[in-house]
Design a protein around this ligand. Structure first.
Ligand code: BGC
Length: 475
C-alpha cells in the first residue's frame, strides 16, 4: 500500500521500533465524576466555581469515556494506533486520597488495560494528570510535604494492580503546568496563587516524581518507567540583552526547573534567582532524593514563545508576546504554529547527557472544526501533525533520541479552563449526542500508520476517504 504522504513522509523512515500513539487524560475524557464510589477531585470542585471555566463547562460527563471506553478503544484499533496513553484518576482509586481502595475504580482501569491488550494496543499509563483528590487538597495538596507519602501510596497501589500487564509507565504529566497554573496563577485547579503556594508545590512535586519512579522501578523492574514535561521553544523578542536575559529566565522556568533537579543538576537558581526560595522547604537529604534515573523522558511540545523584558511582571520580569500580535499563524489556543519548536526541544533535552531516551508523549493542535455531511476536513490539524513529524524525523536523522510520537489527542475533550471550545481530537465529538466522527486528521494518521505496518489497507469505512487520498497525494 502507498504510504508516501506529506512530501516524503513515510512511517518506515522512523524505523521499526518507533512507538506511535495517542495520548489522553482521565479528567478530560472520563466523566462519571461520582459513579461507582469515585471521590471528588480538585477539578470536580474547581469547575463548580463561578467564572473559572469558559462557558461554565465542566468534566462531569466529558466524553463519557467511563461508559464508552470499549467503543473508543475500538476506534484506537480501527485507526491503526498501536499505543494508547491514558491516566488514572487518583480519587477513583482512592476516594479519600489515601486509605480505602475503591475496587470499582481498579476494575475500570483493568477493563481499559485488558481491552487494549485484547485489541493488540499497548497501554501506557500516566499516574497523575492533575486531578488531585479533594480530600488531599483540603490538607494542603501539593504544598503539604505529606503529599510525597500520599502519592507513594497511590503509586504502589497502581503498580500492584496494573503492573502485571502495563509495561510503560509515566509518573506525572507536565508538573510545570499544574503547579504554575494551579498553585501560582490560580487559573487551574485548585486555584491557588502566589509564590507561597507555588514554591513548596514545586519542591514536593519534584520529590514525588523521583519517589514515584523509584517505587515503580523497585516493584516492576522489567517495566519502562518515565515521566513527562511540557516545554516551549523560547526566543527573545529582540537581540537586546534585556530581552535575551528575559528569554533565558522564562526558558529556565518553563523548560528546566523540573527536569534539572531530577537529573541531579539541582534547581537552576543561578538563572532564576527566585528559585532560591525553595531552600526554605529543603530537608537534609533532599538533594539526593530529588534524583531518579528514568528509563525515558516524555517531551510534550506544542509551540514556541517569544519573550520580552517586563519590569512589572513579578519574579521573572518577562512577558510573552502573543502570536496574534506577531502576524504569525496560530491555533484556537492562541499558540503559534511553529513546527521547528519540536525539533529544538528534542535537541535541548538530548543535550542533557543523563537522559537515556526520549519519547514525544504529546503534540497536537486545536483548530475550529466544521462537521459537514458527516465529515470534518481538518486540513490545518493534519498539516500540523505532518509538519511536526517532519521535524521529529529531522532530529532522528541527526542522531538525536526521539523514539516515539503520541498525538494529543484521540477525541475532542475537556480542555481545562478553556472548556470544550478548543478541539484537539483526531475524532470529533458532538457533546450533545456523544457521536464520534473520525476527522480527516484521524483518517490520515490511520492510513500513515496502517501502510507501513504492511497491514492490509486500513478499513477507513469513511465518508470522505476519496478526499483523504486526494489530499495525501497532493501533499
Ligand atoms: C496537557 C493536556 C492538554 C494539552 C493541550 C498538555 O499541556 O497535558 O492535558 O489538554 O496540553 O492544552
Amino acid at each position: 500500500m502507498e504510504t508516501e504522504v506529506g512530501g516524503g513522509l513515510n512511517r518506515d523512515l522512523f524505523g521499526k521500533n518507533f512507538k506511535w500513539g495517542v495520548s489522553t487524560a482521565a479528567y478530560q475524557i472520563e466523566g462519571s465524576h461520582d459513579k461507582d464510589g469515585k471521590g471528588s477531585s480538585i477539578w470536580d470542585t474547581y469547575t463548580e466555581r463561578k467564572n473559572k471555566i469558559l462557558n461554565g463547562h465542566h468534566g462531569r460527563i466529558a466524553c463519557d469515556f467511563y461508559m464508552r471506553h470499549q467503543e473508543d478503544l475500538a476506534l484506537v484499533k480501527k485507526l491503526n494506533i498501536p499505543n494508547f496513553r491514558f491516566s488514572t484518576s487518583w480519587s477513583r482509586i482512592l476516594p479519600e486520597g489515601t486509605g480505602t481502595v475503591n475496587q470499582k475504580g481498579i476494575d475500570f482501569y483493568n477493563r481499559i488495560i485488558d481491552t487494549c491488550l485484547e485489541n493488540g494496543t499497548d497501554p501506557w499509563l500516566t499516574l497523575y494528570h492533575w486531578d488531585l483528590p479533594l480530600a488531599l487538597e483540603k490538607k494542603g495538596g501539593w504544598t503539604n510535604r505529606d503529599v510525597i507519602s500520599w502519592f507513594a501510596e497511590f503509586t504502589e497501589i497502581c503498580a500492584k494492580h496494573f503492573g502485571d500487564r502495563v509495561k510503560h509507565w509515566m509518573v506525572m504529566n507536565e508538573p510545570m503546568v499544574f503547579t504554575g497554573a494551579g498553585y501560582f496563577l490560580g487559573v487551574h485547579a485548585p486555584g491557588r496563587t502566589g509564590a507561597k503556594n507555588f514554591i513548596p508545590a514545586v519542591h514536593h512535586t519534584v520529590l514525588s516524581i523521583s519517589e514515584g519512579g523509584r517505587i515503580l522501578k523497585d516493584m516492576l523492574p522489567a517495566a519502562e518507567v518515565g515521566t513527562t514535561f511540557s516545554c516551549s521553544y523560547i526566543e527573545p523578542y529582540t537581540k537586546r540583552p534585556k530581552d535575551v536575559n528575559a528569554a533565558n529566565r522564562i526558558d529556565t522556568l518553563l523548560n528546566r526547573m523540573f527536569i534539572e533537579p531530577i537529573l541531579g543538576l539541582g534547581y537552576p537558581e543561578k538563572d532564576l534567582p527566585f528559585l532560591k526560595k525553595i531552600g526554605r522547604y529543603m530537608h537534609p537529604g533532599d538533594e539526593d532524593k530529588m534524583v531518579f534515573d528514568f528509563d525515558f523522558i516524555g517531551v510534550q511540545n506544542y509551540t514556541r514563545e517569544i519573550v520580552r523584558n517586563s519590569f512589572i511582571t513579578p519574579y521573572v520580569q518577562a512577558s510573552l508576546v502573543k502570536a496574534r500580535n506577531r502576524n504569525v499563524p496560530y491555533t484556537s489556543m492562541g499558540w503559534e504554529v511553529f513546527p521547528e519548536s519540536i525539533y529544538e526541544m528534542i535537541r535541548k533535552f538530548n543535550a542533557y547527557k543523563n537522559i537515556k531516551k526520549i519519547y514525544i508523549t504529546e503534540n497536537g493542535a486545536a483548530f475550529t472544526d466544521h462537521l459537514v455531511d458527516g465529515a470534518v476536513d481538518d486540513v490545518d490539524r493534519t498539516n500540523y501533525i505532518k509538519d511536526n513529524l517532519k521535524q521529529v524525523l529531522r532530529a532522528r536523522n541527526e542522531g538525536l533520541s526521539a523514539e516515539g510520537y503520541f498525538v494529543w489527542t484521540l477525541t475532542d475533550n475537556f480542555e481545562w479552563s478553556e472548556g470544550y471550545h478548543p478541539r484537539f481530537g483526531l475524532v470529533h465529538v458532538d457533546f450533545e449526542t456523544q457521536q464520534r466522527t473520525i476527522k480527516l486528521s484521524g483518517h490520515w494518521y490511520s492510513g500513515f500508520l496502517g501502510g507501513a505496518n504492511d497491514q492490509a489497507a486500513p478499513d477507513l469505512n469513511c465518508e470522505n476517504s476519496t478526499l483523504i487520498s486526494s489530499i495525501a497525494s497532493k501533499s
